[in-house]
Every structure is written in C-alpha cells, then in structure tokens.
Design a protein around this ligand. Sequence first.
Ligand SMILES: *Cc1c(COP(=O)(O)O)cnc(C)c1O
Length: 354
Amino acid sequence: MAKKLFIPGPTDVSPDVFEQMSKPMIGHRGREFSILLEDCVENLKKLMFTENNIFVCPSSSTGLMEAAVRNCVKNRCLNVGNGAFSNRWHDITKANGKKADLLQLEWGQAPTPELIDEKLSAGNYDAITLVHNETSTGVTAPIYDITEVVKDYDVSFLVDTVSSMGGIRVEVDKLGIDVCLFGVQKAMALPAGLAVCSVSEKALEKAKSIEDRGYYFDFLTYLKYWGRKQTPTTGAISIMQGLRYQLDKILNKEGLENRFKRHKEMGSLCRKWAKKNFDILPEEKYASDTVSCIKNTKEINCKELKQELAEKGYVFANGYGKLADKTFRIAHMGDRTIDELKQYINTIDEILGF
Ligand SMILES: *Cc1c(COP(=O)(O)O)cnc(C)c1O
C-alpha cells in the first residue's frame, strides 16, 4: 500500500491527476503541445499574480535557481541564507563563477527588511536571492516587507517559492519579483521533474547584457521559443498534462483563496499541537503554513517514530541537515486535507503516548 507522504516534498499526487498524465504522448513541435503550453502559462499567471513571461522547464527547482543567477547576476549577488536551501543558493551562485556575499542568519531565523537593507546599502549588488519559504526550518520570510527595501535598490530580485507556491499567497507583480521559481512537486502536488519561473521584462533586458548564460537555461532562448509557443527542448509532456489539469482544479474547483485558507488552517492546527507537546523552531509570526519545523524538546527517538509511522502507512520527515536530531518536520501542503493532518497527529500522539 502506498504510504501517505508527510514530508515537505515530494507530496502525494491525486489519482485523477495521474489519470490525466497517462494520456497518449504528443510531439513537442506540434499544435497540441503549443496549446498545452499556452493553457499552462495562462493559468500559471493567475496562480502567480503576474503578467511576466513564464517558462516551464523540464528540471527540478535547483535547475532554475542556477538559471536565475546565471541569467541575472552581472557584478555581485547578495544571497540571504537562513537554512539549507537559501544557503544552497549561495553555493550555486559561486559555482557559476559569480561574485557573491552571504548574509548568514541563524537557521530558524527569518530575514528582516532591516538586515537586508543594511547589507544592500553596504555592498555594490545588482542581484539578491531570497528563499520565501525555507523548507529546512519552516520559516516564511516576510516578503511583503522585504520588497519595500529591495525596491529602493537597482537589484534583480530572485525568489525561490518552491515550497510555498500554491499554498501561500505570492503576488509576483505586486512584490516586484524579477525571477520567481518553483518546482511542482511540493505545494502544487504534482510529480517531480518540472519547474516553473516567471521572468520580468527588466530581467530579460538585463540578461541580454550578461555573457555566459549557459545553454540549457538561457532565458532569452526560452523567450525566443515562446514566440512560437514552444520550449527549446522536449518538455516534460506528461507532467505538463498533469499541471494543466491541476491548475484548473486549483483555480476553478477549490479556488485559490480557499486553498490558501486550507493551508493557513493546517499550519495553525499543526503549530497548536506542536506547542502543546514540543515547541516550534521559528518565531510564531514567521512560521510557515506549508511545513512546520518542530523542536524535539522531549528528545524523542525520531528514528523509532519514523519506523512506527511507516508501519501505520506514513512517511515521516526528520530535521534537515544539521537540525536532523534537534527537530522534525510535518509537511501540510499540496492536496493534503485538514482531516488527514489530524489523523497523522493523532497517530503520533498514540505512538508517543500523549
Ligand atoms: C525542495 C526545495 C528546493 C530544491 O528543490 P529540487 O526540486 O529538489 O531541486 C529548493 N528550495 C526549496 C525552498 C525547497 O523546498
């Protein structure tokens, strides 16, 4: 029997989505593919609240993190690091031969506008990377406040919304995000292997002046192919078929506002339980509505818990990297329901004797 995934990605995919993905294969240079791509892009714009160009790439999210710095960092980048994925972006920036500084915060801390302003004002940066929802620590950055300081600088605002897009509101145009990227295997509840980004006109213009943008993820190549409603390489056709269907479900069946509300409710339910029995890592106001990072204050044996939950049909997530033993995580994202989350928590209670 398939186990229910309570890990922060990949998340469970509904059977009706899988059904859409088992449609016959189509050629990627034909009309059907162009329609598929256009349908996806049209609804992705609604999901992301943007009029920017949208590129759909056969890749995991990390590929687009690389694409963002490769296409949009000219002189020097500021990487804001407060966990595994935001710190990974610093490594990616340097690995691509770009000059970069790291604003290192504690894992679990949220980046604040003040800290970012201080750093941006001191350096000569033309780009900044931010992870909106740091999955390793369960921290959601106050991006609506952060953008107020970022907009005072001439920088490309590169934002990872991998574990928030589709679960937490991110209004790309209102926030002035130049590149907003995510993979579809987290809050979008689709199989892994497809990543999406929006790219602003400003960023596309800038990319023209940047050398060595690479080949696979060159935004200007993506733009050129979009002119004929195609992608430069073979798309992840089956996942795109799933995406088209899932976007319609999200926007027209559940409704985006209801989806955000469901995630909010799951977040607060999980935190209430966590604070009663343990504690949460982030300050409450920055705690994520898609993933909770719980401090293992009772020093329970997570390995044993994981094993017992597996026997009951669940996949448990322990802490990430250096937080492995000190924390564990509960993902409440994608198509997960409030009832499923309650059942999971009750099962943990039973196992631990709470
Ligand atoms: C999962 C995750 C990534 C990496 O995603 P891949 O699709 O595995 O490349 C990057 N950033 C965040 C915030 C994530 O949660």
